[in-house]
Ligand binder design. Structure first.
Ligand code: EUG
Length: 535
């Protein structure tokens, strides 16, 4: 990795000299207004990754642009082509743990789409969908739906500041029955690298009313090509929404032992795969993650080294939780909820030591009740930022994500837990995690936390995360979404057929973006111009 000496002026992109850069900035100003083009530190530094990986300039942008329309984005892309300026497009830039709004390539010009393009363009209650621009976040989509009076439920992510459009493009998931965001996106408008605009699916017909109703159309489905890629800039998206259920009831089930994980998973799959009685993706959280949502680390332990056994015991006792805690929600008329709850309760209570509560039986005022209430909100489409308390687990805490996907079997969960816990312990880094169980896969979301102000802590945590990726890949566990600094390593693990996926991605990249100006390096996809240059 090249370390560029901190310079007085902006960090310049590869192959671009100061003169060319200045000319491009002037042209951007002419196109979208000087007030929407910024090169000064005061405007650019706030876009640094809030959880920085390095002290250097490897992920430092040169400027930021605030387009106000699809036409602005088209104009920007044309200018970027002319001057070979790499653009780093993002929606709200809150991709914390995955690089925030920092670009992969130093000197890139940030394209903060959400700054001004933040309208909810449409809410259709009867057909149950919304159309959003990149800057709409979960909190504002929730408010817009409420204000419209539509009886629809959105599917928020863990934290309310993310963008539904951006999260969907990054394969995010939520916790209501709709959960897998890419399943419910329908109809995109995309600015391509040549400045032209593509409308996908039925949007190819100038007068279809089914753009946001049917994912097909004629010919190949291309929306997936714009997810986790750098093939185009999505400026609007249809998102289908679930009609709000008449009632719901949330539950928490606690399990005493680390070893219970396999039984929890094997109990979960048959309840989940038929979409009932587990109608939404349940989560299986470890007590450290729950503790970090309601307390700080020094409350449990203030010595050196990893959390001792007594600290875990204290968390479980004081918070009234198990080592593993399953959270979920049932939806429908009350009689149906009651039947589903019985089925779920009976299945999990077969695991010795399990304890089951609903929002109606949990003791009010306890941390157990607080944690369940936060899940109950999310699972009912009400965004919050309860889990952001993990950023205060210790002073200056930031994190990476290590998020492998696998079968939701007890065996795979136990193997992942054993590897991850062993490696975390060896680096003396806390294991905070939650499994999210989809219909036939699970995401194991681990948060390797580090002290953002301590270069040694950052370096050690990065090294550990790289080791987790290697160890997981040996067993066939693939990362589903990668931080800037990890993307190349993760892309390398998708190696079947002598890296057939990489070659396929590169061919598409070079065909659509011959000058390599759009988000170069995203997901390990490099354009020909910048390939193999050790950037
Ligand atoms: C979460 C889930 C994710 C992810 C990052 C965070 C939830 C956090 C399913 O993917 O990538 C607790």
């Amino acid at each position: 990795m090249t370390i560029i000496e901190p310079a007085a002026g902006p960090v310049l992109p590869p192959d671009v000299d100061e003169r060319t850069f200045r000319a491009a900035i002037a042209a951007f100003g002419d196109a979208i207004g000087d007030e929407n083009v910024h090169v000064d530190d005061e405007h650019v530094r706030p876009y640094d990754d809030r959880f920085p990986v390095t002290d250097g300039d490897e992920f430092r942008p040169s400027a930021v642009l605030w387009p106000g329309s699809t036409e602005d984005v088209q104009a920007i892309v044309r200018i970027a082509n002319e001057h070979l300026i790499p653009l780093h497009a993002f929606s709200t830039g809150m991709n914390l743990g995955y690089g925030g709004s920092a670009p992969r390539v130093a000197g890139s010009v940030l394209l903060h789409l959400g700054k001004r393009m933040n309208r909810v363009l449409e809410i259709d209650e009867r057909l149950a969908y919304a159309v959003v621009e990149p800057g709409v976040d979960y909190a504002s989509l929730y408010r817009a739906v409420q204000d419209s009076g539509a009886k629809l439920m959105i599917d928020p992510t863990e934290l309310d500041w993310g963008s539904p459009l951006g999260n969907t493009l990054d394969h995010g998931v939520g916790y209501t029955p709709y959960a897998a965001h890419a399943m419910w996106r329908c109809g995109m408008e995309v600015v391509l690298a040549d400045g032209s605009v593509l409308r996908t699916g039925m949007g190819g017909m100038p007068n279809s009313d089914a753009w946001h109703l049917y994912q097909g159309g004629l010919g190949p489905s291309v929306e997936g090509l714009f997810e986790q890629s750098n093939y185009g800039i999505c400026t609007r998206m249809g998102i289908q929404l679930m009609p709000a259920p008449p009632e719901s009831l949330s539950f928490v089930i606690s399990f005493e032992n680390e070893e219970d994980l396999a039984a929890i998973m094997d109990t979960t799959l048959p309840l989940r795969i038929g979409m009932a009685p587990l109608q939404a993706a349940p989560i299986v959280r470890n007590v450290t993650f729950d503790a970090a949502c309601v307390s700080t680390r020094d409350h449990w332990y203030d010595g050196e080294g990893p959390l001792p056994r007594e600290a875990y015991q204290a968390m479980m006792t004081e918070l009234d939780l198990g080592y593993w805690n399953v959270y979920g929600t049932c939806y429908g008329p009350r009689w149906l909820i009651d039947r589903y709850i019985e089925m779920i309760r009976d299945a999990y209570l077969a695991i010795p030591g399990a304890r089951f509560d609903t929002t109606e039986t949990v003791t009010p005022g306890t941390p157990r009740a607080e944690l369940l209430a936060a899940r109950d909100q999310l699972n009912n489409g009400i965004p919050n930022r309860h889990s952001s308390a993990v950023f205060d687990w210790f002073p200056n805490a930031g994190h990476f994500f290590y998020a492998p996907v696998s079968s939701p079997s007890g065996e795979d969960a136990a193997a992942q837990f054993a590897d991850t816990k062993r490696i975390s312990d060896s680096y003396e880094i806390d294991y905070l995690a939650q499994f999210i169980i989809g219909l036939r896969e699970m995401h194991h979301i681990c948060l390797p936390l580090f002290d953002t102000a301590d270069p040694d802590s950052r370096a050690r945590t990065l090294e550990m995360t790289r080791e987790l990726i290697r160890a997981g890949a040996e067993r066939g566990y693939g990362i589903y979404r990668a931080h800037n600094v990890l993307a190349d390593q993760v892309a390398d693990t998708y190696s079947f057929g002598d890296h057939a996926q990489r070659r396929f991605n590169e061919r598409i990249k070079d065909a659509l973006d011959p000058n390599g100006i759009l988000n170069p390096g995203k997901s390990g996809i490099w354009p020909a111009r910048l390939r193999g240059r050790g950037l």
